[in-house]
Design a protein around this ligand. Structure first.
Ligand SMILES: Cc1cc2nc3c(=O)[nH]c(=O)nc-3n(C[C@H](O)[C@H](O)[C@H](O)COP(=O)(O)O)c2cc1C
Length: 353
């Protein structure tokens, strides 16, 4: 049997963005072939009713989702449920197509099982995204659409970008995520302030009844992140996603000069901020935890800390397509071992003690 570790040795000899582009072409083709779809479905989808929950008006068969940035253009969506995900977040999509930052802009830190990316919202824009999503709606699992402003949009016009995106894409999304936490669009993180959040959510909530969530950076001070997220919830946000990548370059031994760091080295930092947010916001809004998750115990820890859902990206690159099965299988074991009949009982268990 071919093991992912063998394939990974070969893939890791190739430039990471070229590998990603290859996968982006391959998966839609594989989705058309019943032999591969059956094989992946059998090996990757782990089902147990203990993992099921209702959120945002949809059923989530398991809490493990694909984080934003992997399927920026919703090109691989037809295949991704076959990797066992409970939900997928596409994007970040911007109103107009844009090329992103100059290459190379994606790097592996192999020893640290981490990545550093300075992609800069390379994507084919909201019109192309809407066409793809329209063809796939209604989709088998819940879909999040992660939205961002174009690089050339001035900060004063940023709200207009988010408003256009919501109007164009809300019909295809089970939830929408406002991304103002990417480190790769100049000035974007400066929008992580309460005045902007108030104006933004006031505007967006008038345009759509879909759940709109805010994604935050792990580099915010806890008190600032709490204030920002509280404000967002007050103004109608339906949830918080913590966290995006980090620009704390002390996390890796040989950092590149630009880009955000993800993966194993982000685990502690991301969880630390998530936990601070959960202490304040658990029970008041839906919390999604992302950053460095690579095993079932970590998923369980985040759920007990208050996450209704978790997301992964970098661990998928290092662990391969069996990752999601392993996470869900291990989580199920942990839930049953500790006497939970449903994941909903375990969400925030550590907050209730
Ligand atoms: C190559 C790459 C591209 C990403 N692009 C986006 C993006 O477009 N929008 C976004 O909100 N997050 C993006 N992210 C961040 C991830 O969604 C996630 O928040 C972060 O990587 C931490 O999770 P991980 O440690 O499991 O990778 C990207 C991450 C990587 C590695």
């Amino acid at each position: 049997m071919i093991r992912y570790n063998h394939i990974k040795k070969l893939l890791f000899k190739i430039d990471p963005e070229r590998v990603h582009q290859g996968v982006e072409r391959l998966l839609p083709l594989m989705a058309k072939c019943p032999i591969t779809t059956n094989m992946f479905a059998k090996r990757s989808i782990f089902s147990d009713t203990v993992l099921e929950q209702e959120l945002f008006g949809r059923k989530f068969y398991n809490p493990v989702g694909l984080a934003a940035g992997y399927d920026k253009d919703a090109k691989m969506l037809s295949f991704l449920p076959l990797l066992g995900f409970g939900f997928v977040e596409v994007g970040t999509v911007t109103p107009l197509p844009q090329k992103g930052n100059p290459k190379p802009r994606l790097f592996r830190h192999k020893q640290e099982e981490s990545l550093q990316n300075a992609m800069g919202f390379n994507n084919s824009g909201m019109e192309a995204m809407a066409k793809r999503l329209e063809r796939l709606t209604p989709f088998s699992i819940p879909i999040g659409v992660n939205i961002g402003k174009n690089k050339l949009t001035e900060p004063e016009q940023a709200i207009e970008d988010y408003a256009q995106l919501v109007q164009k894409l809300e019909g295809f999304a089970d939830y929408i995520v406002v991304n103002i936490s990417s480190p790769n669009t100049p000035g974007l993180r400066d929008l992580q302030n309460e005045a902007f959040i108030e104006e933004l959510f006031t505007r967006l909530k008038k345009l759509s009844h879909r759940p709109i969530l805010l994604k935050v950076a792990p580099d915010l001070k806890a008190q600032d992140a709490i204030a920002l997220c509280k404000k967002a919830v007050e103004e109608g946000a339906s949830g918080i996603i913590a966290t995006n990548t980090s620009n704390d370059y002390s996390l890796v031994a040989n950092p590149k000069p630009t880009g955000g760091i993800s993966g194993k080295v982000l685990q502690k930092k991301s969880f630390a901020l998530f936990e601070e947010l959960a202490k304040e916001l658990f029970g008041k809004t839906t919390l999604i935890s992302v950053g460095g998750i690579d095993d079932a115990d970590e998923v369980y820890k985040r759920i007990r800390a208050g996450a209704s859902l978790v997301q992964v990206y970098t661990a998928l690159i290092y662990n391969g397509p069996k990752l999601v099965y392993r996470l869900n299988q291990g989580l199920t074991k942990n839930l049953k071992r500790d006497g939970f009949n449903s994941i909903t009982e375990a969400i925030g268990a550590d907050r209730k003690q």
